[in-house]
Every structure is written in C-alpha cells, then in structure tokens.
Design a protein around this ligand. Structure first.
Ligand code: ARG
Length: 471
C-alpha cells in the first residue's frame, strides 16, 4: 500500500467513525469477525470433539496412527496450557477452533493439518456448542435440585406455621408457610423436567456433517457420536450445521426458571417490607442503607428478580438472530453463544443465591399468624360449616358468612373468631355453638385435608413424596 492510499484509508475510517476508532478497516474487520473472547469458553468441548474426530480418522484409516498420536498429544498439551492460563489467544485467529488448530501446528507441525480432514468449522462449532449446553443443563439441574432441597427443609420446619394465603394480594384463606414453599418446589420440578426433555433432544451429534453436505471420506459418525456421549449422529447434515433450536430451548427453559425465581424473589421483597415483617434476611443476603440506619434491603432477592430481564432478553436475542436465516450456516450464528453464556451465568448465580436466601431466612411466625387472621380469612370456613352441619346450599351459606363478616367489621373485631355465639345467632339462627370451632386460623388450616391441600398432615405427606422424587 502506498503512503497515499494508507492515508486515504485512514481518512475514510476517520470520516466513518468520527475518530472514535483510530483503527482502519482491517482492524475493524478483525474486531467484528473475532469471537475468541466469547467462544474460548468452548475450549474443553472443542478439544474433546477434536480427540473424538482424530480417533475416528485413525480407526477408519483416513489418517495414520502416528499422525493420530501426535495430534492427541498436541491436544493434551493445548488443554493443559489453556487450563493453566498460559495459552496465548489471538483475535487474528478469530475463534477457538482456529486458535487450537494453529497452536497444534506450532506444536506438532504438518500432522496438525490432517485433523481437519472430513470436518468443517460448521459441524465443529455445532458439536462443541451442543456439548457445552449439555453440561450447562446438567449443572443447572444439580443447582435447582439443591434449591429444592432447601425449600423442602424449610417446608418441613414450617409445615404448621400459619400465614395468609393471598389472591389479588388480598388476604384470602390461611395457609401454611410450608405449603407455600412447596408450591415453588413443584415449579422447579417442572423446570428441571423441561431441561431434561430439552437435553434429550439436544443429544445428537452434528460432527461429520461437514460444511453442510456431508463428506466423501469414509467416516464413522456412529463412533464419534458414541465417543462424545451423544445418543446418535444427527440425521440431516444441513439441519445439523444450521439449527440452533437446542440453544433456544436452553434459553427458554432458563427464562421460565428465572421467571419462577423472580416471583419467589418478589415475595421475599414483600415479606421483608416493614408492613409485613414476615421474614428477615441476615447480613449475608441483605445490605444496609448508606443514609437510613434502620433499613435492611433485600438486594439479593431484587437482583434475582432483576436478572430475569436479561435472561428473557437473551432468549429474544437468539430467536431474532435466527428468524430470517435460510439454510445453512451464516456468520450471524456466531452471535449464538453470548446470550447462552450470559443466561447461564445469570441463572446459575440466581439459583445459588435463592438457595442461600431460603436457608438464611428467619421466619417471624407470630407476624404471619396475626396477618393470617386479618381480613376475616375464615369466612369460607363459616360458610362450609353451614353447608356441612345445617345442609344450607353453598350460595346461601356464602351470603350468611358475608353478613357475619359485616357484623364483625361493624364491631371492629380483628377476626371472625371474636364473634360471640349470640352475635352469630343474630346473623342466622342455624349458626350454633359448633361453628366457633372452625373460625380460628388453626382449625381452618387443619381442615384443608383434600389432596394437595394446606393441612399440615397433607403438607408433610407431600414433603415425604418429594424427597423420594428429588434425588
Ligand atoms: N466462530 C464460528 C461460529 O461460532 C465458527 C464457524 C465458522 N464457520 C464459517 N463458515 N465461517 O459460528
């Protein structure tokens, strides 16, 4: 390049970028093209897939055993270097695949060039990424299982602790705190189920699909698939290199898990607020205010709730990246890893933080019980008693209970249990002494013995069943 044309190029770059990028087009191209800062996280998977490919190439006599040995030794060295942090990653070499291959050439010379026989970066990256997402599913599954155990332990401890059950955030009926926590354990069970389902669908090997059409070399895709723990090779080479639905399913399962975590986090925020005071978090999971000495903020819960936004955003990002792409590979797809890594990091941390908070929570049982009695939360019990004991149709019983609530309100009573027998009789003569037994929050909760109901006996049964299931 002449001095003049170099100067023109600089001017062009400056005109385009207003001096913000001192660099010219070559550097800009390198920067937009390189993914090494992101996809270096795939190095273990990349090396594992290369080992499997190499062993297969030897077994099918596509390369010699001597070259195969040299390649495997070189890959061991590279893995050790990356593990130790001594590997020099280069943006010029674009991505993890080229970085590994270039280093292999430094280490073993010409034989390195044989590793890429019957392989393309397209089937290579699809394979590496599937392996990574598979591990991520397994790690998250373990983390969510630990969270379930935390919930089960606290549910067991609080199987009889009474709290208000809400609809519309209005006091509805008394429930137990144990029952409430178990509701989340159920949600997380389904989240794990979704991840396990998606993992099963993901477990097909793209390796051997080549750039898009397969290869003319006599490769053995069954061997590489089995070697890498896949159930089978993917059946269509075009699909194998071009779809990323496994990553979208991963993100979608993460997004929903995160929504569940966010709802629980929101409850912790509410429960910790001064008007509620149902729970407290220790210093380990909360912070003070720099100005207001009385405050304790549920930051960890707020952050779990906050991270849900970015995880849902990650799902949207990948859906939108893929939506306009014809078959097969486009460089757009290099943008697939960042949202997946980001969602994984955010979710794994959120799951751990939630598990920590659940273990850490101090429960204020008297505050919960007092709130449970407010709002005449046993009105349904009064109506049910009339149906059961006086054969009153439920609609009429509902009306009578409503009148009892009005009377208690007029008298400024805290709850229905404060109504005297005479007062009850003045509402309806069929209300006799026995009804007073069902108006306390304790008897209300104890009576909800239908399967899955809030009665402590039922909650305990569910905990036992859960513990067997969540192994
Ligand atoms: N770094 C690339 C990616 O993540 C690897 C595949 C490159 N393939 C290609 N045909 N340029 O998508």
């Amino acid at each position: 390049m002449t001095a003049k044309s170099a100067k023109d190029k600089d001017n062009a770059a400056n005109a385009l970028w207003g001096g913000r990028f001192a660099a010219g087009p070559d550097a800009i191209m390198e920067k937009i093209n390189a993914s090494i800062d992101v996809d270096r996280r795939l190095y273990k998977q990349d090396i594992a897939a290369s080992r499997a490919h190499c062993r297969m190439l030897v077994a099918t006599s596509i390369i010699t055993a001597a070259d195969g040995d040299a390649i495997l030794k070189g890959l061991d060295t590279i893995e050790a270097e990356i593990d130790a942090g001594t590997f020099a990653f280069s943006a010029q070499l674009e991505d993890i695949h080229m970085n590994v291959e270039a280093r292999l050439k430094d280490l073993i010379g010409e034989a390195a060039g044989r590793l890429h026989t019957a392989r393309s970066r397209n089937d290579q990256v699809a394979t590496d990424f599937r392996l990574w997402v598979r591990d991520a599913f397994d790690t998250l599954d373990n983390g969510i299982k630990d969270l379930q155990h935390s919930l089960l332990d606290r549910a067991d401890e609080h199987a009889e602790t009474i709290m208000p059950g809400f609809t519309h955030l209005q006091t509805a009926q008394p429930v137990t705190f144990g029952h409430h926590l178990l509701a989340y354990a159920e949600m997380f069970d389904r989240d794990r189920g979704r991840m396990q389902d998606a993992r099963r669908r993901l477990n097909e090997a793209p390796l051997g699909a080549g750039a898009l059409a397969g290869t003319s070399f006599p490769i053995d895709r069954q061997q590489t698939a089995a070697d890498l723990g896949f159930d089978r090779p993917a059946g269509n080479s075009l699909d194998a290199v071009s779809d990323r639905d496994f990553a979208i399913e991963f993100l979608s399962a993460c997004a929903l898990t995160s929504v569940h975590l966010s709802r629980l986090a929101e409850e912790i925020v509410i429960w910790m607020s001064a008007p509620f005071r149902f729970v407290a978090l220790s210093d380990a999971f909360s912070t003070g205010s720099s100005m207001m000495p009385q405050k304790r903020n549920p930051d960890a819960a707020e952050l779990v709730r906050g991270k849900t936004g970015r995880i849902i955003g990650d799902l949207n990002a990948l859906l939108i990246t893929l939506k306009g792409l014809p078959l097969t590979y486009f460089k757009d797809m290099q943008e697939d890893k960042e949202p997946v890594f980001d969602a994984y990091d955010a979710l794994a941390l959120s799951v751990a933080a939630m598990s920590g908070m659940i273990q850490d929570l101090t429960v204020n049982a008297p505050a919960m019980r007092a709130a449970a009695a407010q709002g005449f939360s046993t009105a349904t019990d009064l109506a049910d008693w009339l149906v059961r004991e006086a054969d009153v149709p439920f609609r009429d019983a509902h009306d009578i209970a409503g009148r009892a609530v009005r009377l208690a309100e007029e008298n400024d009573y805290a709850d229905l249990a404060a109504l005297s027998l005479d007062e009850l009789k003045s509402v309806d003569s069929r209300l006799t002494a026995g009804v007073q037994d069902v108006l306390s929050v304790e008897s209300s909760v104890a009576s909800r013995t239908s399967y899955g109901g809030t009665a402590p006996t039922r909650v305990r049964e569910q905990i036992v069943a859960f513990r067997q299931r969540v192994s």
